[in-house]
Structure formats: C-alpha cells, structure tokens
Design a protein around this ligand. Structure first.
Ligand code: 9PG
Length: 473
C-alpha cells in the first residue's frame, strides 16, 4: 500500500516506534537521518534484521505505527490493525520533493489504518488504543520492583538479594517485588542449574522473600540458548537455523554469540511451558522475560508455514500457559505490539545506566539502543501512547551517589520522568549504599501519583473535553 502526502518534506516531522523494547523510538525532522548501528553484529539485538533503518537521510522506517506531523500538529497517521500474526512495516521517504509512505506486511495480510488528522497526538492515541483492545487488564496499582541488575549485574548472589530485602523492610521501603536478574543460572537455557558464584539455588529465594513481605520475581531469557549449554547439547533440533542449516546466531552478549529456540517445534513449546510452570512452582509470581526477540528472528523453522510474528506469539503463549493467568509477566527485548495481551508489562526503552549518555556509541556508532539514562528516557517518552498495550516499564531509577556518574540533576530527572511515563516503578540500588538524600529520592520515585495514567482515550486537545477515568489504578 502506498500514499503520497501533499506537504513540503522539510516542514514535516516523523514519529517512529521502533521494533522491540531496545530499538529507538523518536520524533524527528523527516529530512534527518534515521541511525542504524555501524556494527552489523549489533543489528539483531536492537532492530529487526529483516527491516533495518535504511541509513539514508529522508527515509524512515517504523514498525506498527508511523506518523507525519505538520507544524500545526495535524498530519497523517498509519497504524497496524492487528499484531498477533503479522508484522506491519512502514516507510516514509522523500522522492522528487514529495513524501511517499508505504506499508508492507510480513505474515497474513491484516487491515491497516491510515488517517489524515488535524491532531496527530489524539489520532495516534485512538488508533493505538484499538490495537490495545486486547491488552491484559491493568493490575492496579503499578508494581514497585527492586531488581538486582543495575548494581550487581551478573555477580548477584542469593545473600545479596536477601540482604537488600532485609534493608528494604527495615527502612519500610514500599517495594512489592524483589526480582532476581541475570547471573543465577549456569548458562542460557540451563535455568534450573545454579551458577558457581550464586551461593545457593534460585528456588530457595521466594519463601525467604515472602517472609520479608515481598513477592518474588525472576529474570529469564527463555528463548535463548547458550552454545555450550546442556540444552543445546541435548536438543540441537530445537534451535532456530540459518539457511545453511547451522544454528542461527541470535546476537552477541555474555562474551560471545548465542542461539535461539525454534518456537514452532512442539517439544520446544512443551519445554517452555514446563520451564514457566517450574519457576512458578518455586514461588516466582513475577517473571521478567527478556531477549524475547530471539523467537521472532528470521530463520529456518521446524514448521515453515508459521511466520515470525506467529512463531513469537506461540512461544510467548506457551510461557503464559505455564506461568498461569495470574502470574505477572514483564516482557523485555521484545517485539512490542506482538506482545499485546500476553504480557502485563513491557520494557519500552533501552537499559538505564549509571551515566547520562554514551555519545560515542549513540552518535558516532549510530547505536542508540545501548544503555544510558538518556537513551532509556528518550525512547520510553516517545512511546507515551503504549500504556493502552501494557503497563510501560521505563526501567530503573538510580538514586545512589556511589558507583554512579549521574549528577544530582540527572538522578532527579530520571526519578521524575518515571512518574511521567507511568507504569512500573523500579530501583536497583544496593539499599545500604543510599544516604538520606538517596533514600528520599527513592521514596519519591516509589510514590505513585494518582491517577497514574488516563485509562480512556476520549481526550481531544482541540478544545473539547479531556476525560480521564479516575480511581482503579
Ligand atoms: C541482563 C540484562 C538486564 C536488563 C535487560 C537486558 O544488546 N545487548 O547486548 C543487550 C544486553 C543486555 C541488555 C540489553 C541489551 O540488558 O534489558 O534489564 O535484565 O539484560 O543480562
């Protein structure tokens, strides 16, 4: 499908949404350049390798949603009508001083919306809300989570989890969940085997956390498989393949490349269901399901009739089935719109880091998907409308002064923005490292303003009523 827009290209801005949690979402002049990482080995982790930014000025690619905005706030909005089986790809480009927009779909053809509007913001909210009609019911109020990643990283231990939970209780910090992140497991895929340094087993944590008054949360990258894992050795036929029949390289992290599960393989789906049921049985009611893009990569699948979007959805459905309807699932590194209805919350930006910006990587290497407070805020704010799809998770605040390069203004900006974005409130600071100022900032960030978010989208900023449904947050 193609449309020609009747407007001077240099008067327009373009809104793009990004493919997955860590991809950049932004509003920019249409004539500007959409960045693409100069390192090809970074493409799988931040982008859809089958629909990368073009790297040409004046040519913008977006998943699910695109908008072109005139200086008066009016313009044009395109939005997918369904994201459960199909990826919808948009491109806006300048050709002969005119603006062309095209839409292609990967998967069974589904309807798309294309609207001309006097108010882009309202139309974006209305069309994306339709896509979100099948979102899971919001769990009121948004959860407040302590997560081990942004201070302990892979060095987390059972004892450090408990020590922080004890300190949080002693200081009456209002966390709902204590979530153990990456580092407890022996390898990607070998989730029930502990790492050498963890000092115990992940199954021993939930009861102790519950005793301290917190729900237990666990990180998994359920679609990834380490090349040296037991899972890869025992079930090589469950791996997504490249066109040469080799296990597909699904990205580079943890000191090397890794593979992904083929979620069209019935045994792999059974294993996923069982994995989620197992950790639920250990007492984890909150699961952070990370690197979910792995199941949606282009590759050769057991069932070639199943497309990428659908394969992804099948894998996520198996995890939901295993975890149970009442488990709280947070998606991360995940194709965004394709997760609607299966997750409760979703990371809507790249990782926060204890520094503001990484200019060398963002600007000079063309990669704004890397960790930094700036990248996290920029992308999560550019996805403001996605609260009708899931609870947004803008990632953690950092209130500590130690082990951080953030200055006072930056720490406060990060904490304040979480309240603006709404959704999950999270922190990762070792509680014992916080001085009085840090504790005060953390308490402020954990406080939910009410209402957290509008829940109905009948707002019209053109002079009519702005209607927020209050209560039930
Ligand atoms: C654990 C972390 C934390 C964090 C997640 C995710 O592109 N990359 O190589 C890349 C690596 C790690 C990463 C994101 C991107 O962080 O967002 O909260 O759980 O995994 O390993």
């Amino acid at each position: 499908m193609n449309w020609t827009i009747d407007a001077a290209p240099n008067t327009l801005r373009v809104l793009v949404s990004g493919y997955q949690s860590w991809s950049e979402a932004e509003l920019r002049p249409l004539t500007a350049l959409q960045a693409v990482p100069l390192m090809p080995w970074r493409h799988e982790q931040g982008h859809d390798p089958a629909f990368l930014p073009s790297g040409e000025a004046g040519r913008w690619r977006s998943h699910t949603l695109i908008a072109l905005v005139r200086p008066d706030g009016g313009g044009w909005v395109g939005c997918a009508g369904d994201a459960t089986r199909t990826f919808t790809h948009w491109e806006a480009r300048i050709e002969d001083q005119a603006v062309q927009v095209s839409c292609t779909q990967e998967g069974p053809e589904v309807p798309v919306f294309w609207e001309t509007t006097t108010d882009v913001i309202t139309t974006v909210e209305a069309l994306t809300a339709r896509l979100g009609e099948h979102m899971r019911a919001r769990t009121p109020p948004p959860l407040r989570v302590w997560c081990s990643w942004y201070s302990y990283y892979r060095e987390i231990t059972l004892e450090a989890m408990l020590e922080n939970a004890r300190h949080a209780r002693a200081k009456s910090l209002t966390f709902d969940v204590f979530q153990l992140d990456d580092g407890f497991q022996s390898d990607l895929g070998d989730w029930t085997l502990p790492s050498a340094h963890f000092g115990g087993h992940a199954r021993d944590l939930p009861a102790a956390l519950n005793d301290l008054g917190f729900a237990a949360g666990l990180w998994l990258a359920p679609f990834l498989v380490g090349p040296s894992s037991r899972l890869a050795a025992e079930h090589p036929n469950w791996l997504l393949r490249d066109p040469h029949g080799q296990p597909l390289l699904a990205g580079h992290n943890w000191g090397g490349p890794y593979h992904a599960l083929d979620t069209t393989h019935p045994e792999a789906l059974d294993w996923l269901r069982e994995l989620a049921a197992t950790v639920r049985g250990w007492g984890y009611t909150y699961l952070k399901l990370d690197f979910l893009y792995g199941a949606a990569l282009p590759g050769v699948r057991h069932d070639p009739a199943v497309g990428r979007a659908q394969a992804y959805r099948m894998g996520l459905q198996a995890l939901r089935d295993g975890a149970g309807e009442d488990a709280f699932l947070l998606g991360c590194g995940a194709p965004l719109a394709s997760s609607i209805g299966l997750v409760d919350a979703m990371r809507t930006g790249p990782d926060v880091a204890p520094f503001w910006d990484d200019e060398s990587r963002r600007v000079w290497l063309g990669d704004a998907t890397g960790p930094s407070a700036r990248n996290a805020l920029h992308t999560a704010l550019s996805r403001w409308y996605q609260h009708t799809w899931y609870q947004p998770d803008p990632d953690v605040i950092i209130a500590r002064r130690e082990l951080s390069l953030l200055d006072t203004a930056e720490r406060h900006a990060l904490a304040g923005m979480l309240d603006v974005i709404g959704g999950l409130r999270a922190s990762s600071d070792p509680i014992a490292l916080l001085d009085e100022e840090g504790l005060a900032l953390l308490r402020t960030a954990l406080h939910l303003s009410a209402p957290d978010r509008p829940t109905t989208l009948t707002s019209s900023f053109g002079g009519a009523v702005t209607h927020f449904q209050r209560g039930r947050f």
